[in-house]
Write a protein that binds this ligand. Structure first.
Ligand code: HEC
Length: 310
């Protein structure tokens, strides 16, 4: 054995480096790799939805991200460092993450919960970007990933041999020298965030006015492009990107109202307790913007009608 390798091994306690081949330990180890895969799929999926598809995360999405993103890192690092206690660390994040997902699902699916809606500013938590078959929503996917991590951790804690060899001292990640694996994890994370940053920039490149100018300096007598840019800047935070269907702006509402009535609504906003409010969430006056002109609002309403098909 090369001297370097001997030195490396000497820096570990004997039970850390001797891989266990007991079938209980193999199952415990496999469970932790499944947890790792679930956390990475969820993290990449979440970044794909926000950075590539442009779905702006709501408050409760953020709470779930706060639990999920570190899980992806901790699970990888714990496997690299062969830390027997990895499942315990992972549970510290996965349990609160699951609770946040459950609460978010209740907000979306149980009307009574909409009263506790905490997203007063920003994207309404109860709005669904994704709703396949009526039950597969984003928090439902997050819940599934957290649940997989929790079940995997419980399996690992229950099955691993209590003493003796280390159940994590084998497996694809533990094969590499720790320093190299930590470097690879760091590189993977930097690459992931760089990639998602590039995606965001390329997606925002089209309506460039939206990112640089304030509403007040948009051209008056506004063109369709200016209206689309204003929408992205002032409305998309809550109503979602135009190409995602403009949630909470009902097609039939636009059909039944004149341009002036829609403009008046945008000017005044709609309180959460207004009789016509249907979501339980407030819309701030002027969408929270100052200095939007009537011409801009007229172009904006034409744009809403065009996108919503009436
Ligand atoms: C802070 C979040 C927020 C912003 C920003 C915002 N809205 Fe709204 N808007 C809402 C909510 C919430 C509703 C739904 C209120 C309800 O349930 O009646 C709504 C409702 C509407 C409606 C009525 C839809 C209907 O079906 O009754 C229109 C039209 C509308 N918004 C246009 C806009 C435009 C245009 C902008 C940008 C200038 C904008 N909103 C900015 C939150 C927002």
């Amino acid at each position: 054995m090369a001297t370097a390798e001997v030195d490396r091994l000497a820096s570990y306690k004997a039970e850390d480096v001797i891989a266990s081949r007991s079938s209980r330990d193999v199952l415990a180890r496999t469970a932790m790799y499944v947890a790792l895969a679930a956390a990475w799929v969820a993290t990449c999926g979440s970044l794909y939805m926000s950075e590539v598809l442009g779905w702006i995360p709501c408050l409760w999405c953020w709470y779930q991200r706060i639990a999920m993103y570190p899980l992806a890192v901790i699970l990888a690092a714990g496997l690299v460092l062969r830390d027997r206690n990895l499942p315990k660390y992972a549970l510290c994040l996965a349990i609160p993450g699951t609770l946040a997902s459950v609460y978010h699902i209740l907000l979306q699916k149980v009307p009574a919960f909409a009263r506790f809606e905490s997203c007063v500013i920003g994207v309404p938590c109860a709005a669904d970007y994704l709703n396949l078959f009526g039950f597969i929503t984003i928090p439902m996917l997050a819940f599934t990933a957290f649940a997989i991590v929790i079940i995997a951790c419980v399996i690992a804690l229950g099955l691993r041999e209590p003493v003796g060899k280390n159940y994590l001292a084998q497996g694809p990640i533990a094969m590499l020298p720790p320093a190299m694996s930590v470097g690879l994890i760091v590189a993977a994370i930097v690459a992931l965030f760089t990639l998602s940053g590039v995606m965001t920039r390329s997606r925002q490149a089209a309506p460039s006015i939206a990112t640089s100018a304030t509403a007040a300096s948009l051209p008056v007598g506004a063109s369709r492009e200016a209206a689309a840019a204003l929408y992205t800047q002032a409305c998309a935070g809550c109503h979602g990107p135009a190409n995602a269907g403009m949630q909470l702006i009902r097609a039939e509402y636009l059909r039944q109202r004149s341009d002036l009535e829609v403009i008046a609504l945008i000017r005044a906003g709609r309180s959460a307790t207004a009789p016509e409010n249907f979501s339980g969430v407030a819309m701030p006056a002027n969408g929270g913007q100052i200095g939007i002109s009537d011409e801009q609002l007229a172009a904006l309403v034409r744009y809403l009608r065009e996108v919503r098909g009436n």
